[in-house]
Design a protein around this ligand. Structure first.
Ligand code: SF4
Ligand code: SF4
Length: 377
């Protein structure tokens, strides 16, 4: 059977449709302001209270049980889902940001995220002591091979001894300025809120195609196997709307997390990202312009072969941090060291005052209301 060639009219209609499609995508990512978060990696102790605060608030039922919208992984490590940074997605940025060419990504499996495990508690309780040991099973009966923070603190083992190192990397959805998840959704179910740039998935429009999971280079979207929709961090928008900081921010033991609008010049985010330029996005090479920024980790000095302090090179290889945070990391680390020295010398450092955060309210911009008074009354 002969294949019909598209007519001139067909081609014109196709062109019009693709222009319409792109115009809708532009509309879905247009915002007036942008909320952002800064996480100071020099203060994170990996306690996972942020993860638990998020789980208790958002992901403990209705098919979300296996999800961790907030993860904290040890670096170096493979992360959650396993090897997410090598799973593709994001954009190739061309012509100084004027063109963003999407990169096809991989769809992570449920096991790579870490399934919802069940334990053999009954078997242990009903068997003679010592005969059965505690074990876990995935939902399909197989043995777990990965989960959130599976390789906790393993990154340092055996590498570069005695100059081993590790640090914790907390991650949420980055509420990107150019979110490839929005571009990938044929249903236009994902959008940025105009008032604050929070990226949300409309649960009524989502049909569970999971193109967004492939497109997100940070792999921060989960599939709800009960509801058959994609779900992810919502930046605690119901709290934000009441002037209350995100659950992970408010709960953080280490005073690691700052939250505010990016354009609030008096606020901590503007100061750390725009003024001091000390907080940097994770994997800027993905081309999405994330709105979660990190103060990069410093480390104790290196030791030489004789065990003496060697200041000629940093303990954490610079090339590793450049891969994570881009080339600006070198200047950021220099500045941190310089300002730390300033305080050691007895001088005042505006940057250190912000990072130490003696008054926690100053970390949350306008979102410093008490949840007990504002959320439940
Ligand atoms: S981190 Fe992923 S899910 Fe979140 S906005 Fe960016 S691309 Fe979308
Ligand atoms: S609560 Fe704070 S200190 Fe604890 S793991 Fe989360 S970000 Fe790190």
């Amino acid at each position: 059977m002969a294949v019909l060639e598209p007519t001139q009219e067909d081609k014109q209609r196709q062109e019009e449709l693709s222009k319409e499609f792109l115009a809708i995508k532009d509309e879905l990512r247009r915002t007036k302001r942008q909320l952002a978060m800064v996480m100071d990696l020099n203060k994170c102790i990996g306690c996972q209270l942020c993860s638990m605060a998020c789980k208790n608030t958002w992901t403990k039922k209705e098919g979300r049980e296996y999800m961790w919208w907030n993860t904290v992984n040890t670096m170096p490590g493979k992360g959650t889902p396993k090897d997410f940074e090598k799973s593709g997605g994001g954009y190739k940025v061309l012509f100084e940001g004027r063109v963003r060419e999407p990169i096809r990504g991989k769809l992570p499996t449920r096991k790579e995220f870490g399934d919802l495990w069940t334990f053999n508690h009954d078997e242990i309780l009903n068997t003679k002591w010592g005969q059965v040991t505690l074990s876990a099973k995935n939902s399909d009966g197989t043995t777990p091979e990965w989960s959130m923070n599976w390789d906790e603190d393993q990154g340092a083992v055996g590498i570069n001894y005695p100059n081993s190192f590790f640090f914790y990397l907390p991650r949420i959805c980055n509420h990107c300025t150019y979110p490839p998840c929005i571009d990938a959704c044929p249903r236009h179910a994902i959008y940025k809120r105009e008032e604050d740039g929070i990226v949300l998935i409309d649960q009524d429009r989502c049909k569970g195609y999971r193109f967004c999971l492939e497109a997100c280079p940070y792999k921060k979207i989960y599939f709800n196997f009960e509801k058959l929709t994609s779900q992810k961090c919502i930046f605690c928008y119901p709290r934000i709307e009441k002037g209350v900081a995100n659950a992970c921010v408010r709960q953080c033991t280490g005073r690691v997390r700052f939250v505010d609008y990016l354009d609030n010049e008096q606020g901590p985010i503007y100061q750390l990202v725009k003024k001091w330029k000390v907080a940097l996005p994770l994997f800027p090479k993905f081309g999405t312009e994330p709105n979660v920024y990190y103060v990069p980790p410093l480390a104790p000095p290196r030791l030489d072969d004789t065990g003496k302090i060697d200041t000629s090179k940093p303990r954490i290889p610079l090339r590793y941090l450049v891969d994570l945070f881009g080339p600006e990391v070198e200047q950021s680390l220099k500045l941190l060291q310089q300002e730390m020295q300033r305080t050691r010398d007895g001088e005042k450092s505006e940057l250190m005052e912000i990072l130490i955060a003696k008054r926690w309210e100053k970390m949350f911009g306008p979102f410093n209301k008490d949840p007990m008074n504002s959320m439940y009354t």
